[in-house]
Write a protein that binds this ligand. Structure first.
Ligand SMILES: Cc1ncc(COP(=O)(O)O)c(C=O)c1O
Length: 311
């Protein structure tokens, strides 16, 4: 059963300050998501995990080559997951990878994605080829070939995204009503799957965020308002009423309204209302492109009253 922890309003990552209050005797793992490709505070998360004897699995699906203290995210815990789905910084169509220093775990994961076939340490003395229940979720060689080609470009593109993100941030940080991300302490590199900032309508003469987004798009800047809140989605209701959840959890734990109440994340709710994202490929543009984006945002700020009246 997933238990949600609220995020930090400046880094937009899981707030380590709020993790311990969610840990119970049933907790097994902490799953920080390096959301937007900006690293979560792994040093503090790992300390909490150690204290409570929990495993940590990093969702680094958006964070290829991001680093804390010079070490890659996804390698800072028991296991890290990466996505190569088409929007990602390393796209191959569909697919992903799990990394870990734990050979037994990796062998088990390899077996699982390949029909449960024997693999590495999973061979043992089990007779037959299929030693556990698995799925068929293998990458094809064609996707791997695309991935190898993409990999050659990843380092250069990551450097460029970081350079452009830092520059763009410096250009927009003083525009009233624009509050860009802050990186977690000790981050030596981010991945910038997205370039995020908070949009404060009050400083744009109450121009609603969707109108700001429309205006920014009209200036030729691709952008979006980001995700909606994950902790209130209908799939949770389905899960809570499923046979398997009923077999494992006490009745009061399966009450949807209770669940929503226990998993409130007010900071995240606010961020979902204020967030503006530029996609990663925008950061592969030129310095002049970054100047143009900053100019577009400043222009909308100056004319927000007029725009509000027109669109
Ligand atoms: C943060 C995050 N986690 C997990 C996933 C799932 O990855 P995939 O689509 O490769 O299954 C994605 C994106 O798709 C993601 O952005």
């Amino acid at each position: 059963m997933p238990v949600f922890v609220d995020v930090d309003p400046e880094t937009y990552q899981i707030d380590p300050e709020k993790i311990e209050e969610k840990i119970t005797s049933r907790t097994r793992a902490i799953l920080p998501v390096h959301i937007l490709g900006l690293p979560a505070d792994m040093e503090r998360i790992n300390k909490i995990a150690k204290k409570h004897n929990l495993i940590v699995i990093e969702d680094a699906c958006q964070a290829h080559l991001a680093e804390i203290n010079g070490k890659k995210v996804g390698t800072l815990s028991n296991a890290g997951c990466f996505s190569f789905q088409n929007s990602k910084n390393l796209p191959i169509g569909e697919g992903g990878a799990i990394v870990s220093d734990d050979d037994d775990f990796i062998d088990s994961a390899s077996s699982f994605h390949d029909f449960g076939r024997a693999y590495g340490n999973m061979v043992g003395d089990v007779s037959g080829q299929y030693i556990k229940v698995g799925t068929k979720s293998r990458l094809t060689d064609y996707q791997a070939a695309i991935g190898l080609a993409q990999l050659k470009r990843l380092e250069g593109q990551t450097e460029k995204r970081n350079r452009n993100a830092e520059y763009l941030k410096s250009k927009i940080i003083n525009i009233p009503g624009i509050n860009p991300y802050k990186l977690t302490k000790n981050v030596t590199r981010a991945a910038f799957h997205l370039f995020p900032f908070r949009y404060k309508a009050a400083q744009f003469q109450n121009l609603p965020r969707n109108k700001f987004l429309e205006a920014l798009k009209a200036e030729g800047v691709p952008c979006s308002g980001g995700y909606t809140t994950l902790n209130t989605m209908p799939y949770l209701k389905d899960a809570l009423s499923s046979k398997i959840f009923k077999a494992f959890y006490a009745k009061e734990k399966l009450d949807f309204n209770n669940y929503i109440e226990e998993n409130k994340c007010p900071v995240n709710d606010l961020l979902c209302k204020e967030m503006v994202w530029l996609p990663q490929n925008v950061l592969l543009g030129t310095k002049q492109d970054m100047d143009n984006i900053a100019e577009a945002i400043a222009g909308i700020q100056s004319y927000s009253g007029e725009i509000k009246g027109k669109i």
